[in-house]
Design a protein around this ligand. Sequence first.
Ligand code: SF4
Length: 290
Amino acid sequence: MQDLTEPILELIRLTSTDLPPDVETAIRAAVEQEQPGSAARGALETILTNVELSRQNSTPICQDTGTPIFYVHFPAGWSIRQLRQQIEAAVVQATKKSYLRPNSVNSLTDKNTGNNLGDSHFPTVHFEEVEGETLTIDLMLKGGGCENVGAQYSLPNTALGAGRDLAGVRKVVLDAVHKAQGQGCAPGILGVAIGGDRGSSYLGSKETLLQRLDEANSDPRLAALEQRLTEEANQLGIGPMGFGGKTTVLGTKITSLHRLPASFFVTISYMCWAYRRRRMTWADGAASYA
Ligand code: SF4
């Protein structure tokens, strides 16, 4: 089997030290929405300056390089065991090169492993075999602050008057944004899963964040709700970093999962402005990145 350690190391470097173009475009558009001289505009301009410097210097765009979450889609014939070893080797090298901050802490002893390896979930790697000859690896670096303001609701929620329908989904998502109050480093991106069980709903809410901001939802009902939620979240006045302003959320992504008749979960994974995600495609013995 081919050794992908070096191409995966480059995937980590790119992910940690630059923003995807669609995210940077959205932040640049948001700057124009904020009043000249306002704290909101200043925060967004600082973010953009920081991103440019990080890109030039190959340094992380945020000091918290987050949880590395890999999604590997591999053709038949690849070894999951070896792919995991190569990913872990790349993570260790990336930590040595300071593309990643040592972030893996034993929950019982508080000891940091120093190399971003931990139990079988650190780094997190999801594997799925696919047809064809092309292997892809998506990497998301999910910051801790934004992970802390993620939320899960079980509908109906009588306190919020949220029933088991899209109107109820809207209410709980806006409640989560309101409760966050800019913590988790707004402007954020909302990854929402409707349905599933408690675990799969969280997985789905993160996976939906792998889509580009300018990608339209193929379900027109969800596309309309995504747009409405983004607009309404931006009317809450929370703004970048909670400084007030018009940009609380850069976008919303929603997926719908099958569920048990007895359960109706809505899960919100909140992604901060440091929306670090990249894809590596391995085909014909060469890597390309998007
Ligand atoms: S939430 Fe995001 S932007 Fe804020 S400190 Fe964490 S990684 Fe950085």
